[in-house]
Each structure stands twice: as C-alpha cells, then as structure tokens.
Write a protein that binds this ligand. Structure first.
Ligand SMILES: Nc1ncnc2c1ncn2[C@@H]1O[C@H](COP(=O)(O)OP(=O)(O)OP(=O)(O)O)[C@@H](O)[C@H]1O
Ligand SMILES: [Mg+2]
Length: 251
C-alpha cells in the first residue's frame, strides 16, 4: 500500500550547510496495517509525514501509494492518497461550522457531486451511526458548531473526517498530545477502535509509550535518521511501555 524507497531528506537552515534529517528510509506498509512510529524529539517523524503528505519533496527517493508514484505530486493533490490529523485540536476541523457540516465536507471531498447518492438525510443517518459507534455521545452534538466541543471531542471529529475521506493512508501525528491524560487515553482508545473497525492503513506517531505499546500491529523506531527497529506479530503484542521507553532512550 505504502512504499518508501531510499527516502532522503536534508534541510537548509540559513547559511549553514544542509543537514540530513532522514537517510535511506525504506519501508513497506501493507493494506490494513497500523504502524506506530516512536522516536525522540527532532528524530524526523513529522518530517517523514511531511514527505508522505507532500508538504516537502524528499531530496532523493520515491514514495509509492497504492502502486502510484506520488513523490512529486503537490500537497493539494494528495488528499486522494493521504489524510493527516495533527496535535493541534483546532486545525483538523472548521470551528464555526457544525459537526454535520464538517463531516459532510470531508465526506464530499474527492467525490463528484453529480454522482453523489447521498442526500442530507442519508448523510445524517450515516454520520449518526458512525458517531453512535464511537459511544462518546457526539451524535447528540451533530448540529452544534465545533467550537463548542472539547479538545478530545474535536480530535475524534477530525479523525472521523479523515476516515470519511477517500484517502488510502491515515497519518496521525501526536493526536492526543495536547489533551489531559484521562482524555488522551480515552481519545486514543476510541481512535484505535475506529482504525481497527475499518482496517485503515495507518501510520501513527506518539510519545506516549502506553499508547505505542497498546495500539497497532507494527512498531517502528526512528533513530539516527532511519528506522532502527521494526517490530510486529507477537513481539509487538507483548511489548511493554517500559521496554519501549528504554528502546527510545538507548543510544
Ligand atoms: N523545513 C525545515 N527547515 C529546517 N529544519 C527543519 C525543517 N523541518 C524540520 N526541520 C528539522 O528537522 C528535524 C526533525 O524535525 P521533526 O519535526 O521531523 O522531528 P520530530 O521527530 O517530529 O520531533 P517531535 O517529536 O519533537 O515532534 C529538527 O531538527 C527540525 O528542526
Ligand atoms: Mg513531530
């Protein structure tokens, strides 16, 4: 589904010589896989997402999604391939629009209007069902503007919007980092269930080692500009937050 082939990213900061952020990254993420990426501050995790999402073009290498080479495709043309949710709870949704309007916007994106089989009442039914599945009571907030929701609720709406879009890959970059610990855990649990329910191909960055240990079916450690660990199967299932923290801290 997603192939990263020899991805290199270097950045220029002022007059200083260019600095390597990512070096020879190779990764194959299969359809339905949920890979969690861990690594220290500044390791290059968000930079990697920027490259996959098209915000930056790698210095070298190829990005292939669903068999198509998207390496040089501009960001605004990547929504068919990539949906991204970030840490900032205000950035994924439009605050003065209602939950329904936000979800409708995401749902319509990438669909040809004439071909839409979904009128307002069908969309209401579909979104209500999805929100009921989440069991956060958000189906009762359908016609509230998003600014009235809490940060955690907004992140869940952002995530639902991302899963309603036709994108092939979901990129989650520290989506619970700005939430208090209790809301963060609940939001992560809901996000994990949503991704598993829909078997969404997902890459998720987190600094929360319990979330990293408890979510997904693959674990990648980004260190020294490339992936130094790639853990899946029973080893992933059995890994503990403490082991992971040690792994991230190791030199
Ligand atoms: N456009 C840019 N220009 C200059 N330096 C950049 C640019 N983008 C990223 N960097 C640098 O690349 C390095 C990696 O940054 P990145 O944001 O990818 O790290 P990260 O792993 O996401 O860290 P964190 O866990 O803190 O979010 C940092 O040193 C950062 O300053
Ligand atoms: Mg980051």
């Amino acid at each position: 589904m997603l192939q990263l082939q020899n991805i290199n990213v270097s950045v220029c900061e002022g007059a200083a010589p260019s600095r390597v952020i990512l070096r020879d990254i190779n990764l194959h993420v299969h359809a339905g896989e949920f890979a969690v990426i861990v690594g220290g501050n500044g390791a290059g995790k968000s930079t990697l997402f920027n490259a996959i999402g098209g915000a930056i073009i790698p210095t070298a290498g190829d990005i292939i999604i669903g068999g198509e080479n998207v390496t040089k495709l501009p960001q605004h043309k990547r929504s068919r391939y990539v949906a991204r949710v970030v840490q900032d709870t205000a950035s994924g949704t439009m605050s003065t629009m209602t939950v329904f309007e936000n979800l409708s916007f995401a749902f319509m994106r990438g669909k040809r209007r004439k071909m839409l089989p979904y009128g307002t009442s069908a969309r209401l039914k579909l979104f209500s069902k999805k929100l009921e599945n989440i069991a956060m009571g958000l189906e009762k907030r359908m016609h509230d503007t998003v600014e009235k929701l809490s940060g955690g609720q907004r992140q869940i709406i952002s995530l639902l919007m991302a899963t309603l879009s036709p994108s092939k890959i979901l990129l989650l970059d520290e989506i619970t980092a700005s939430l208090d610990p209790k809301v963060s855990d609940l939001t992560m649990k809901i996000a994990n269930e949503m991704i598993e329910r829909e078997s969404r191909t997902t890459l998720m960055v987190t600094h929360n080692m319990s979330h990293a240990a408890g979510c997904g079916n693959r674990l990648l450690l980004l260190k020294n500009h490339h992936f130094t660990r790639d853990i899946s199967g029973n080893q992933k299932k059995n890994i503990t937050a403490a082991e992971l923290a040690r792994m991230v801290g190791e030199i």
